[in-house]
Design a protein around this ligand. Structure first.
Ligand code: DX5
Ligand code: ZN
Length: 219
């Protein structure tokens, strides 16, 4: 699955930018990745619930909201209530990820847990049943266009092995620095869903970039 990140899109033209990856066929995005930043959890500020609500009306692509914010217990459920498909919060932002995930699911969305590049996977292995998506960050959260940190693929491999040898239906997502040079190693490690910001919206034709990345991931 390919999830273009609108962080690299033109924020004044989000309807058109989402439409560019919404045509049926190989150029269509599976999810649209929406980076919500609060200038506290990360040193950057992007957009919030009102923009997500507008985007939900503008596109039929499922929204994958990545909340890089403090206090997800308070702020995450409204994104689920609004109609986001997947709502991902950061493990580093809460002491009780199971509780936050439960609230997101109860509000009608899939629950995702994100871990930063230096955050160990081990403490979260016992709660994989309580989440729907594990988002492995392959850059420090906050900005698009950073260099891929290949070391995080060790975490992907561990989760892949666990999921494949169990009845878990967890999706493994990777976010940061995914492009034509890095997507194959991520696919080999076992990623299900690839977020790509600059590689899609920095391209002349975002739809073609989606199709090319998907094909590369499948080889
Ligand atoms: C970074 C964001 C990413 C970002 C990825 O904090 O979570 O989703 O948009 O951008 P690229 O693909 O350019 O690294
Ligand atoms: Zn993201």
């Amino acid at each position: 699955m390919i999830a273009p990140s609108i962080l690299s899109a033109d924020f004044a033209n989000l309807a058109a930018e989402s439409a560019a990856v919404a045509h049926p066929g190989s150029t269509r995005a599976d999810w649209l990745h929406v980076d919500v930043m609060d200038a506290h959890f990360v040193p950057n500020l992007t957009l919030g619930l009102p923009v997500v609500e507008s985007l939900l009306k503008a596109t039929d692509i499922p929204l994958d909201c990545h909340l890089m914010i403090d206090d997800p217990k308070r702020w995450a459920p409204p994104y689920a209530e609004a109609g986001a498909y997947n709502v991902t919060f950061h493990a580093e932002a809460t002491s009780d990820p199971v509780d936050v995930a439960r609230d997101i699911r109860a509000a009608g969305a899939k629950a995702g847990l994100a871990i930063k590049p230096n955050t160990p996977l081990e403490p979260y292995l016992e709660i994989l049943r309580d989440i729907d998506t594990l988002l492995v960050m392959s850059v420090e959260p906050g900005f698009g266009g950073q260099k891929f940190i290949a070391e995080v693929l060790e975490k992907v491999k561990i989760v892949r092995t666990i999921v494949d040898s169990s009845d878990l239906r967890l999706l493994v997502e990777i976010d940061g620095g995914i492009n034509a040079d890095t997507i194959e190693q991520a696919a080999e490690a076992g990623v299900d869903c690839f977020v790509a910001g600059s590689a899609v919206y920095g391209a002349d034709d975002p739809g073609k970039a989606v199709a090319a990345l998907r094909e590369q991931a499948a080889t």
